[in-house]
Every structure is written in structure tokens, then in C-alpha cells.
Write a protein that binds this ligand. Sequence first.
Ligand code: UDP
Length: 417
Amino acid sequence: MELVQTAAKKYSDYQEIIDTGTTAQLDYYVNRLRDKKIAMVNATSYGGGVAEILHSMVPLARDMGLDMEWRVIQGADEFYNVTKDMHNCLQGQEGSLSEEAQNIYLKYNELNAAAAKDWHYDYIIIHDPQPAGLIEFLKTKSDARWIWRCHIDTSTPNQEYWSFLYQYISQYDACIFTMEDFVNEKEKFHNLTFITPSIDPLSTKNTPLDEEEVRRIIARFGVDIHRPLISQISRFDPWKDPLGVIDVYKMVKKDFPSVQLALVGSMASDDPEGWDYLYRTLRRAGEDYDIKIITNFNGVSNLEVNAFQTASDVLLQKSLREGFGLTVSEGLWKGTPVIGGNVGGIKYQIEEGVTGYLVDTVEDCAEKVLRILRNPTLAQEMIVAGKERVREHFLITTHLLNYLKLLDSFDGPPVSN
Ligand code: UDP
């Protein structure tokens, strides 16, 4: 199983960002776990939120003195087709799990387990369903504590898929979910733990940019830097409600004619639904040239996302349904006021009226945008509170600390097969 190489990170660079309480706790747990070997295992080293987090967390942990490694399982199309369906069905999609699909899933987990038979880890943290079956073939051969880390919303899963997966995840010593709302059958887990995802304050997407550079970047996309800007950074997906965002903008524009809107989203070339929704969004925008609809196909990458999040007067994340909604923390961290849909993980990040606003309707959202645009002092207070909330709960350092606390908490014998 391939060992992933990561670019170096320095813990010392994070010291001036995190609070002293977090530093003290990190130092304490790093010291306690210094002699332990920890493995992170997932299905891919590139693409998607899990890989992004591990690219920051693993080198950071290593620089702190922890022996943490990251391994990815090997697969082939037939395996990834099964695990893609599994991913969707665990999030509630209808579908049936054939015997053939079960065999493919187990075949690749067994093959990967064979490649891992000489592992000597104290803690093995398995991310998401793809490698969850490894435990079936390895647990009896290792003294490690096995932890399953679920990044998806399994609150209303397809029962056929859930029962299949449960055979394996029930063998783990602990299971981590992002939020309580994402778990069904809570009573059936050993050491059920909740850990939210995080942002890396020193990644290209989040590191502070020079004002001149920010202006230069957004001007390149046709934004007038002298007029107010509302943005939403999101995939073009019905649950992210880009059409609702355009309706909000149109309402705001009646009272605040100088306002502009940017909808910034990444497109995958193999995601027809995303393209369909982009076209619907373009149609809703019509010929209003103050609406900028921008994608990776016009050159948006992490730096540009950073610039839009930094330059906007208000950021929206007007989701109708949401997993965690990392864009909220990204915006708050940059000191930009954020208005979010009153759903999913957005509710964890935005404390109504304190670190931003939570909204249920277009009208409510438009009213809150106007309130922020007209009242910069109010926005200033929310900015300070929002950034502190992210510092305390949603940075990569706190994320790592939460893992270490869990690893250190095990006592008694491991869960037996
Ligand atoms: N993002 C990006 N480019 C875009 C749009 C989004 O890099 O054009 C990033 C965004 O900054 C965030 C992630 O994609 O880090 C989206 O995560 P979130 O949890 O908000 O939503 P998801 O897409 O996972 O439902």
C-alpha cells in the first residue's frame, strides 16, 4: 500500500496563529504519543477534502515529533465503481448492493490487507468506506487500535449498504463522525466520537494575501474593485442554491444598485449534473453583467478562491442542505462576514447574529446582506467573533488535537473480533 509523500510543514509557523491553550494541549498529547506509530489510510492522495486535510495534517504531525504516516489503498475501476455507489447510497441514494459488488469490495480490501500484513502501527485511522473492510483481514494480526473516520452524512443511509458496511465498522475500537446529525443507530458504536473538519490557515487558499494582489486577481475576472461585492464559492449544485443566491442579489440590487455578485465554482469534466446546473445558473443570471460566474475553466484555483473570499463585502453559503460547509470557516477566517443557510455544519460555524447570520429564505438572506452592507460596524464585530470561533474550533491544529485526544483515551482491551 503506497506511502504518500507530503510537502513539509512547520509547527513553529502555526504558533503565532493558534492560542496558547491549544499549543499547551498539543504539546502535552504529542509528548504522550511520541513513541506510537500512527497510520492514516484512505483511497486517494489527491482530490477531495480528505486528501486536502491529510496533506496538511500528516506533515504537521510529523514536524511536531509524531510518527504518523499516510497510506492509500490500491484499486481499479471495478472497485471505484462499487465504492462510488456505496458512497452515494450511504448518503441515502436508492440502489441495490449485488453479491458481485460485495465480492469486488472485499477482494480489493483483501488484496490491500495482504500488502499490509507486516504493518506495526499502534493506531490505524481508516478514512471513509473504501478501506473500511481492511479490518476484516488485518485486525486479528495486529495489536493496533482501529479507528474508522467517516466524512460523509450517513444519517439516512440505504439500509442494504449500511448493513453491509456495518459488519466491518462495528469491529473498530472507535468511530468518528463529523457531527451527531450524520449518524444513524448511534447506540451501536464503540467509542462514538465527533470531530469536525478544518481549514489550514497556512495553505494557499487561506494564507493572508496582500491587498494589491487581491484587487489584481478579482479585477482580472471583471469585478469592479470600487463597488461592493457579494460572493458564493460553491459547486454548481441544487443544494448549494446558486439560483437562490441570484434571487438574493436581485433583491439587494433594488436597494443597493452598485452591488456585484460573483459565483465561483469548480467544475469536474465528468460531472454532467454540475454542467447542467451551471447552465441553469447562467440562464438565471441573464444579461446582468454585474453577475460574474467563474469556474476553474476560467482560471479559478486556490489562490483565486482566497482572493474572492478576502475581497468580498459579504460571503454567502446559502445551502439548502449541507455537509459541513468548509467555505464558511474559510470566509470567517479571512475576516469577511458570512451569511449561511440554516442547515448542516453551517449551524456549527455560524452563531446567529454573533459570528454571522443563518437564513432560511431568499427574503431573509437579502435583508441580512443589506444589513451588513449598510452597517460596517456591526460587520466588524461579527468579523472578530467569527475569526475567533474558527481559531478555536476549525483550524487544522485543533483538528489534529482532537485526534490525539481520542488516541490517548483508549484504555482496556481492544474490541475483539
Ligand atoms: N472550492 C474551490 N474552488 C471552487 C469552489 C469551491 O476550491 O471553485 C473549495 C472551497 O474553497 C472548499 C471546498 O471546495 O474548500 C468545498 O467544501 P464545502 O465543505 O464547502 O462543500 P462541498 O463541496 O464539500 O459540499
